[in-house]
Design a protein around this ligand. Structure first.
Ligand SMILES: Cc1cc2nc3c(=O)[nH]c(=O)nc-3n(C[C@H](O)[C@H](O)[C@H](O)COP(=O)(O)O)c2cc1C
Length: 436
């Protein structure tokens, strides 16, 4: 009998009852299905990963992100029960892919292993893997008992993953949040791995770190998970600039870095390129000309891309709010481009992407018409100064072997209780979305 990790304690124990097949039996059942690092390598060893984002990591956005260095994209989270329903309306509306959309991982939320399997089977042949969302902290997830609200129900988490691992033709992966306790976080990740997850994404924030309490992701916990499991690990949280990606890899030793919000505000993040917002909007709309995309998704993307320009050109904000079809989005894009080019021309010294100044907190001072991460309030910047320094310190500490999780936890606590809106995630304009 195979000895596995107990789904409740995370310690070695006899195989749990819901592990109906042993590892060798699973390997024999799916001889061609890739595991762990083989899956990772088959996907091209992705380092730059677009996060699952409800209503925002849709096909057109994934295509745009891939044009700017994204190596792997996750779909938005789909509700497994609705997706697998006999009525295909939800599925057809939510799930689109094409031959350029590779590699792609389809994410589901679920609390019923059979419903999860039924939904997952529908994407076999179109996706590289299926991901289980174990991070969504929103009220809707509490009511529906999924996402991060499964963090108390390790057996259910294990049953969900195991169901796919024992029955699905493609691999299963999982995206988790962290617990306050490092040991518990590691035990949880090991349980997820033992159940069959072939890649684990660790969003280094607690379930409580959402909305105005988002704060800083804890890279030390991500590193601890990476050290403890044998499957590839993706880190998620605290990425504002291209350079943060390598800092994160250095600090955590992860196999890839996932970004959500910064990707939305600056889809060129993974390329390191500095791109005018009007150009990015045109490229996105060009894709939407050919790939039918829900109007609400397009509008939401344009609002984010032009986040810093709409307060300058307030009349255009209203126009965008009222836009409903491609003609209106294009007209808006043309008009704002004229205004922003005029703004750029009016600057006394032409913008030089290689000579961008930073403010006293270390944030880059881009003109409003350049794609850039969103920082919400001035006071957040002030509060998060320590966070950027902290992450920098983490890299040094890792190099010298002196990482101090205690300091970081203190900082996190401060972030939650003071301004309540700090860390590298001040840009929370999407609190109504599923910020898993
Ligand atoms: C608009 C939006 C939608 C999101 N939807 C999902 C989702 O569908 N599934 C999921 O696992 N996480 C979702 N998240 C959370 C992100 O995947 C990510 O874990 C989180 O934002 C932290 O990463 P960041 O610091 O790069 O933003 C969403 C985040 C945003 C901003």
């Amino acid at each position: 009998m195979t000895v596995a990790t107990d789904p409740v304690s995370g310690t070695s124990a006899k195989r749990p009852a819901h592990f109906t097949l042993a590892d060798d039996e699973i390997a024999a059942k799916f001889p061609n299905r890739l595991r762990g690092f083989d899956l990772y390598r088959k996907m091209g060893s992705p380092k730059h990963i677009v996060a699952p984002m409800v209503d925002q990591s849709e096909l057109a956005w994934r295509m745009l992100s891939r044009n700017y260095g994204a190596d792997l994209c996750y779909t938005p989270m789909f509700h497994a029960k609705m997706f697998g329903d006999e009525n295909p309306k939800y599925r057809d509306e939510q799930w689109q892919t094409n031959e350029t959309d590779k590699p792609v991982i389809v994410q589901f939320c679920a609390n019923d292993p059979d419903a999860l399997l039924a939904a997952a089977k529908l994407v076999v042949g179109q996706a590289d893997a299926v991901d289980l969302n174990l991070g969504c902290p929103q009220h809707i997830a509490r009511r529906g008992h999924y996402g991060s609200y499964l963090m108390e129900d390790w057996e259910l988490v294990s049953r969900l993953i195991r169901k796919l691992h024992e029955n699905l033709d493609i691999p299963v992966t999982a995206k988790i949040r962290v617990f306050p306790e490092l040991d518990k976080t590691v035990a949880y990740a090991k349980m997820v791995e033992a159940a069959g997850a072939q890649i684990i994404t660790v969003h280094g924030r607690l379930r409580e770190q959402k909305g105005h309490k988002t704060g800083l992701a804890d890279w030390a916990k991500i590193k601890a998970v990476k050290d403890a499991v044998s499957v590839p690990v993706f880190a998620n949280g605290n990425i504002l600039y291209f350079e943060d990606i390598q800092r994160c890899i250095d600090a955590t030793n992860v196999d890839g870095v996932m970004s959500a919000e910064t990707n939305l505000y600056n889809p060129a993040l993974f390329s390191g390129k500095v791109v005018p917002t009007w150009q990015m909007a045109e490229e996105y709309l060009e894709i939407c000309n050919n790939v039918s995309t829900k109007s609400a998704f397009i509008r939401a993307h344009l609002f984010k891309l032009f986040r810093y320009s709409l307060p300058v050109h307030v009349d255009l904000r209203q126009r965008l709010a009222e836009a409903r079809d491609m003609d209106e989005y294009w007209q808006f894009a043309r008009d704002i481009k004229c205004r922003l080019k005029a703004d750029a021309d009016a600057e006394s010294t032409p913008f030089d992407p290689d000579a961008v100044l930073t403010d006293e907190f270390g944030y880059r001072k881009y003109p409003h018409w350049i794609c850039q991460p969103a920082l919400r309030f001035e006071h957040d910047k002030e509060h998060s100064k320590s966070k950027r320094l902290l992450n920098e310190a983490q890299v040094d500490a890792t190099e010298t072997g002196n990482t101090s999780p205690t300091d970081q936890q203190h900082d996190l606590k401060e972030g939650n209780e003071d301004t309540g809106n700090s860390g590298a995630k001040r840009q929370k304009t999407v609190v109504d979305n599923c910020i898993a």
